[in-house]
Every structure is written in structure tokens, then in C-alpha cells.
Design a protein around this ligand. Sequence first.
Ligand SMILES: *[C@@H]1O[C@H](CO)[C@@H](O)[C@H](O)[C@H]1NC(C)=O
Ligand SMILES: *[C@@H]1O[C@H](CO)[C@@H](O)[C@H](O)[C@H]1NC(C)=O
Ligand SMILES: *[C@@H]1O[C@H](CO)[C@@H](O)[C@H](O)[C@H]1NC(C)=O
Ligand SMILES: *[C@@H]1O[C@H](CO)[C@@H](O)[C@H](O)[C@H]1NC(C)=O
Ligand SMILES: *[C@@H]1O[C@H](CO)[C@@H](O)[C@H](O)[C@H]1NC(C)=O
Length: 502
Amino acid sequence: MEAFQVLLVVLLTAAARAQSFHRGKCPRPSVQQDFDVTKYMGTWYEIEKLPAAFERGTCNQATYSPLADGTVKVRNAELLSNGKRSTIEGVAKVKNASQPAILGVGFFKGVPDAPYWVLSTDYHSYSLVYSCTKYFLFHVDYAWILSRTRVLAEDVIGPLRDRLASAGVNANRLTVSNQTGCDRTAAKTNERPIIGKRPQRETRPSHADSLHFSAFHIFIFLSKGVLAQEVSSPKTNRTAYIAASYVKTLESAGARVVPVMINQTPQEYEALFASINGILYPGGSANILSSGYQRAAKIFYELALEANKRGDYFPVWGTCLGYEQLTVLTSGEDLLSLTNTSGVPLPLNFMDGAKSSRMFEGFPDELMEDLASEPLTANVHNWSVSLSTHKTNEQLNSFYKVLSTNTDGTTEFVSTVEAFDYPIYGTQWHPEKNAFEWRRPYVPHSPSAVRISFYAAQFFVNEARKNFHKFDSEEEEGKALIFNYSPVYAAPRSVFEQIYYF
Ligand SMILES: *[C@@H]1O[C@H](CO)[C@@H](O)[C@H](O)[C@H]1NC(C)=O
Ligand SMILES: *[C@@H]1O[C@H](CO)[C@@H](O)[C@H](O)[C@H]1NC(C)=O
Ligand SMILES: *[C@@H]1O[C@H](CO)[C@@H](O)[C@H](O)[C@H]1NC(C)=O
Ligand SMILES: *[C@@H]1O[C@H](CO)[C@@H](O)[C@H](O)[C@H]1NC(C)=O
Ligand SMILES: *[C@@H]1O[C@H](CO)[C@@H](O)[C@H](O)[C@H]1NC(C)=O
């Protein structure tokens, strides 16, 4: 897709690229009937293109996301031979509403838009795009066969080549794009390293060691609640659980975790609220309209709103089901739509202003690039809040800023939010899985994927550091901490490695 950005350069080097120039006017192929730009949003990979010129990098891809004014943000990325990712952003718009499949794409101010004609697409697997511009007696053209995945079946590609040929374009000039070795750091490294440690004989800690330890302890005085939820088939002493990955992720950022039990009295929840510095609503499958999980989440949500209004900073984070729960608490209704996202890693389509959001501003630039280009966020949900639902629901739209979206090929859904006026955050994806869950192929483990877990955790724990709630006594704190429980290695069929049962 980099061809747009170099259109002018191509012209300057026309002599060397004579194959791009053809006598006469542009052909006018027919375009996709009833083109629906909404369904077209998301990431597309370049499978073949015309012409071969200007192959600077590999792994060319384009990500389209809707902008508030009805135009489309275009983000093209490729991998250069030095291993760096090169990206360029532009804006695409439909010029004439009665011809929605004919767009113009501009990357630079003052440079005319390049045409972008969608000749044929099924939205969820392939797209055929054509671009032709007339110069004096000649025209220069480009074409792309795009795919939702890095490979596209030959029996899909064939008819697309024929389609170009029948439009009068020389399809023999199509070249195959290189989509191998694309996950920058992943290709060269073992993503499932196992580190052995020889057991050591226990020695008594020296006096100096224990002094040092207790001094350090004071600095990290911080406890965070993680909400437990009901198990689907309760057994004796196992009525609620928390996946250990949530606990480990928070601990990795310097927090200590307190499990928040379900089915406590409002007074007990109020006392706990006054003792902890933030709360995380984990993913899972509890009922978000009525369950012990929902009841506790509602009480803490209302306490958090009240506290924050008083200037008592209290952060709340919802992951997956936890985020869905937040949307119910904010809007008062279930606004979820079915999406085909039950086990798929996706890159984030960042909205304008995401980079300067509270959540992402501390993420390094190159990690943001990776997040936007590589499938680094695990989606494990059948339900989502579609972007259009979010935008048309007054409560949600005025409460949360959408930081990223994703699409399942049909529905564009909200994938990351932060509240405008409260430290309340939601991700439809799972930051905690990348570093700590190994049982499903859709959980990414590349170095960038794992860094995302830790940057997300660090962000949230730093939010909790702004809160000064504490337990009445060290003894009460000791009784509440998760250290009183041991996680168990989960059954082979579980999606989790380790689970705390309560
Ligand atoms: C928009 O497209 C329609 C149908 O092709 C055409 O009749 C109309 O003239 C176009 N409008 C403009 C402003 O180009
Ligand atoms: C595609 O790119 C990868 C990595 O950049 C390289 O190792 C591979 O040889 C290339 N394949 C072809 C067919 O050029
Ligand atoms: C359940 O917990 C109680 C109290 O901790 C204990 O006495 C009992 O043995 C446990 N039951 C099972 C089946 O583990
Ligand atoms: C759902 O998405 C997967 C890829 O993630 C795809 O293989 C499958 O065909 C899709 N199912 C439907 C019903 O679209
Ligand atoms: C989504 O629904 C399918 C079919 O009911 C089920 O097998 C799968 O476990 C569900 N996925 C999630 C993440 O709930």
C-alpha cells in the first residue's frame, strides 16, 4: 500500500518504471455494489500488487479505522530490511455518496488524493483495489489484492486476477508480496522459554537481609482488590475463583492483591473499599445483569464514583467481562452484540488521541507501533459493544473515550476505553494473558506481547498509588491478602494455568 505515499516519486522516476505507464485514458472497471465502508474497517494484508516497483519492505499491511467526521483513517505499515517498522498515516474519503466504493486517499497536505476503488470484496477475507491516475497522454495504475490474513487461498486469488484482466489491466504484472517473518521480534526468538532453577538449600536470612526487606515493604504499601466470581459448577470450598494470571500481572507491577469475595454485605464491601487502592473486574462468564459478581461490581463502581467526586482517587479496571460489566453499570442496560471473536489475537486500531490518553501515554512509541500492527491482544469473547452502539448511547458516549476499536470482519467493536472524568478503564482484550497463560494458541507471547502486559499493569498500579486507603491494622491487612490462598495448577481442559479458588 506504500504506493500512495510514493506516487509522486514514482512519477519522477518514470523512465525506470516505464511499465507503470500506459497510453490513453484510465480504464473504468465496475466497483463493488453497495459497498459498506463500516464492514471494510480493520486490518488488510497485501497479497499481490501491481506494479513490482517500489518494493521497499515486506509485510505490507493497511489498517482502516473510522474517524469522527465520517472519513477513514488509513495506516499503512511495512517492515524494512533493517527490521524497523515504517508507517504512514493518511485519510480516505468517499467523494460522492452515491459511489461509496470509490474513495480518495491522501497522505500529505497539498498533494492530490490518489484514487482507491474497491472493485470487489467480501469484507471478511479478500479485497481487490484499483487505482488509476491520468497524466497527459498516459495513465499510471496500481492494484492490490488484499486479505484479512497473511495468506490467501489460490482459488480466491485467481478470480481476482481475472477480474482485473477483464477490466483491461495487465494482470500478468501482479507480483506476490512477501508476508513471511512479519512478527518483528517473534520470528527470531523462542516464544515459550522455560527457565530451570536448581532448588537451593534453605538458609536462615541474615539480620541485615530482613532489615532491608522490611524497609522496602513500607514503600510498596499498596493493596488492590481483584473481584472473584462464581464458578460455573460449585464444589465444596470452591464457590468462586480468580485466574492467577490477574494476580501475577498486578504483582509484577508492585501491587499486592486482595481477593474481593462475592456475596458479602454492603457494609463489608464498604469497609473493604476503605482499605484497598483500586479494583479490577476480571474476565469470565458471570451474568452481568444479575449475579454475585454483578452485585459486588455495582457496589464498588458506585463507591468509586462517589469517592472520585470527593477527590478520593480510586481507579477501576474492567477486563473483557469486566469491561462489559462496566458498560452495563454506566448505561443501565445490556448493549452487547454477538461478534466472532472467541479466541483471536488482534492489533488495536487506535482512535485519534489514543497516544495522549492517560492509559497509553506512558507506552513507548515502538510498542504502540507494534500494538497497532501486530496481533498482540488476545480476544476471548463472544459479545462486544459495537462502535455504533457506543456512539449512539448517550451514557456510554459521554462517559467513556474510545481509545481503540477492532473488527471481526463484520462488526466494529470498542476494544479499549477510559472514562473522561474518572480513573475508570476497560479493555475487551486480556493484558494479563500474554505473560502468564500458555494453553491457547491465540495468546501471543512475543517480547512485545509480554511488554504490553507489564505496561498495562504498571499503568493501572500507578493509578492505584494515587489512592491512600489502608487497612485499620497490619493484622487485618494480613488476613485480607491473597497470600492466604494458594493457586492450584488447573485441570488440563482449563484455559488458565493456575486458579485461586475460594
Ligand atoms: C455522483 O454520482 C452519481 C451517480 O454516478 C452521478 O449521477 C452524480 O453526478 C455524481 N455527483 C457528483 C457531484 O459528481
Ligand atoms: C520474505 O521476507 C523474509 C523476512 O524479511 C525473508 O527471510 C524471506 O527470504 C523473504 N522471502 C522471499 C520469497 O523473498
Ligand atoms: C472445606 O473447608 C473447611 C474449612 O476450611 C475444611 O474443614 C474442609 O475440610 C474443606 N472441605 C474440603 C472438601 O476440602
Ligand atoms: C470466525 O472467525 C474465524 C477466524 O478468526 C473464521 O475462521 C471463521 O470462519 C469465522 N466464522 C464466521 C461464522 O464468520
Ligand atoms: C463462544 O461461544 C461458543 C459457542 O457457544 C463457545 O464454544 C465458546 O466457548 C464461547 N467463547 C467464549 C469466549 O465465551
